[in-house]
Design a binder for this molecule. Structure first.
Ligand SMILES: C[S@@+](CC[C@H](N)C(=O)[O-])C[C@H]1O[C@@H](n2cnc3c(N)ncnc32)[C@H](O)[C@@H]1O
Length: 225
């Protein structure tokens, strides 16, 4: 395994301010770096040539060449350049599908946390099942693995962006979803600023919080959820 490359890419993945990244959805402790999850999953799915029947009669040198080709496919996904890495993940996914002969296993992560393993499993084309004791972890994983996949090609639905919609195809690769997250995120931030203005004492904020958690009217319920 290209451990040095995996370590370097994982250290980079953990750094703050590296641009768009699933970790920005919500903080989660002990989140596995994505390059590490990707490399480990790929290595457990691809056969080493020494145990691949197609290479049973191959020489040591031919096996070594094949091993290096597979490792290079993994290494290429660890680049910092986002677009090159994304293209490399496509190639790796094709290799994984080829090696499984169209019969890819499913992935189960019973302690999914921030969802790094299910996310990389999906990127490699696996069906994934994930669970966690903590509902916040489940929500983060659901948002990044399930909702992103389901809505990445959908147009934005918020009233501001959908008014300017020029036709289908405008909102590909999650652009519509990103617009909606920005729009409704700003709304939630406005509501929070209204309910918890800067400078208010901790006691008053705590009282307000308790009142909001016991909604009396339907509209208040909607604001709290
Ligand atoms: C180290 S974190 C997993 C990190 C994850 N691999 C990631 O990349 O974010 C361990 C997770 O196990 C969960 N957990 C602990 N005990 C559990 C249990 N009995 N059943 C389900 N989840 C559990 C915790 O809530 C925590 O999210």
């Amino acid at each position: 395994m290209p451990l040095q490359a995996i370590n370097d890419a994982s250290a980079h993945d953990k750094m703050p301010g590296i641009g768009p990244h699933p970790k920005n959805l919500h903080a989660w402790w002990a989140r596995l770096p994505l390059p590490c999850a990707r490399a480990v999953l790929a290595a457990s799915l691809l056969d080493d040539p020494s145990s691949n029947p197609n290479f049973a009669d191959a020489s040591q040198e031919e096996q070594e060449q094949e091993r290096e080709r597979l490792l290079q496919l993994i290494r290429a996904t660890l680049q910092k350049d986002r677009q090159s890495a994304a293209r490399a993940v496509e190639l790796l996914r094709e290799e994984v599908a080829r090696s499984a002969d169209g019969d890819l296993p499913s992935l189960l992560d019973p302690f999914c946390g921030g969802g790094s393993i299910p996310l990389e499993g999906r990127r490699l084309g696996l069906g994934v099942f994930a669970k966690d004791l903590n509902p916040v972890a489940v929500l983060i994983t659901k948002a990044s693995v399930e909702l992103l996949t389901r809505f990445s090609e959908h147009p934005a639905v918020n009233p501001k962006s959908s008014a300017g919609l020029t036709g289908t195809g405008t909102w590909s690769r999650g652009a519509g979803l990103a617009e909606d997250v920005r729009f409704y995120g700003a709304r939630i931030a406005d509501l929070l600023r209204h309910d918890f203005p800067a400078g208010r004492s901790r006691e008053r904020s705590a009282r307000r919080f308790r009142r909001l958690r016991r909604p009396r009217s339907r509209s208040c319920q909607l604001r709290c959820t």
